[in-house]
Write a protein that binds this ligand. Structure first.
Ligand code: AVI
Length: 318
């Protein structure tokens, strides 16, 4: 069992951490940049735009599943529930649950403190009887969340198929830590399913080029925040589906032989050299149940859309 840690504001998205991770990643072979750095203000704006794209079926499918099954979810959560959302972001999806579940309390956890406080304030005005306690923290860590007075069962909420952005070992470890943070409580989680590779390819290679801009924003962010001199036009977005590993792999490919300066250090790129920026793992219901079992969870119920694109799974402690 991982040690529990009290919730403290984290610094992982600070420029100094980005500088360290970026220079480490560009020194690595093959070159890589951790995907958590996508989400500065501009990256979050681009991600919101991705969620609206016709090709990116994930968000609208999950939203429809939440709306369609909120009554069953409410029955599973029971009375006087406390919902704990990991990586809460804009708090849009949880509204679909709050309207039906009517929980005692809601604990949104997110690393972006200012944004979290602003969206929580708006939510508080809409739900005056809900006990709200935003926590600024890294949701991937084991967190000591104090009990909420009057709440009976604690349920985790982790929508968006963000679990797919972790390698399976890391994903199992994170689910285990979530189970600890929830004191063994259930977890409602969104999972993107294995499907026709062409459909997956389209979702990460949209016609409008928004995903390409999202990917290149890592370099734009380095230029903005760290004074790097990436030429954005000299890097191409490349996001193939690997059907054996069952994941989208996202890269930036250097179009020419070039050198870039980041934090006073020079990095050389061959023409055609790849920088790995993200994996997005896809699961079958069975492979996801196996992953959940590694974390001590049983997949009790799951809901899918008619096309079998996306799954909302209800996990209970085994
Ligand atoms: C946040 N995450 C679940 C998205 C995904 O689909 O893996 C991130 C993303 N990358 C490119 N498009 C969307």
């Amino acid at each position: 069992m991982d040690a529990l840690r009290t919730v403290t504001p984290l610094a992982e998205n600070r420029s100094s951490d980005f500088a360290q991770c970026l220079t480490d990643g560009l020194s690595h072979s093959p070159k890589q940049i951790p995907c958590k750095y996508f989400y500065d203000d501009e990256g979050s704006r681009l991600f919101d735009a991705i969620c609206e794209l016709p090709e990116y079926y994930q968000t609208r499918t999950e939203t429809a599943l939440l709306a369609a099954h909120a009554g069953e979810i409410a029955a599973l959560m029971g009375r006087d529930a406390e919902i704990v959302e990991f990586g809460a972001g804009s708090l849009k999806k949880v509204r679909l649950l709050l309207n039906v579940v009517r929980p005692r309390g809601y604990t949104p956890i997110d690393i972006s403190g200012d944004y979290l406080m602003a969206v929580t304030e708006t939510l508080a005005a809409e739900y005056p009887n809900l006990a709200l306690r935003p926590m600024v923290a890294d949701f991937t860590a084991a967190l000591a969340i104090p009990p909420l007075p009057g709440a009976r069962a604690r349920t985790g909420f982790f929508p968006g198929s963000t679990i797919g952005n972790f390698k399976p070992d890391a994903a199992a470890g994170m689910l285990r830590r979530m189970r600890a943070s929830l004191n063994g409580g259930s977890l409602l989680i969104g999972v993107d399913l294995v499907k026709d590779p062409a459909r997956l390819h389209a979702a990460y290679n949209d016609a409008a080029g928004v995903t390409a801009a999202f990917n290149r924003n890592l370099l734009a962010r380095a230029n903005r925040d760290l004074g790097a001199d990436f030429n954005l036009d000299a890097f191409a977005h490349y996001a193939p589906y690997n059907p054996v590993a069952r994941r989208i792999e996202m890269y930036l490919i250097s179009q020419i032989r070039q050198s870039v300066t980041v934090c006073g250090r020079r990095f050389d790129f061959e023409a055609g050299e790849a920088v790995h920026t993200e994996d997005s793992h896809k699961y079958t219901p069975d492979s996801f149940a196996e992953l959940a079992a590694r974390a001590g969870y049983t997949l009790r119920t799951a809901w899918q859309d008619d096309e079998g694109l996306f799954m909302l799974a209800w996990l209970e402690s085994a």
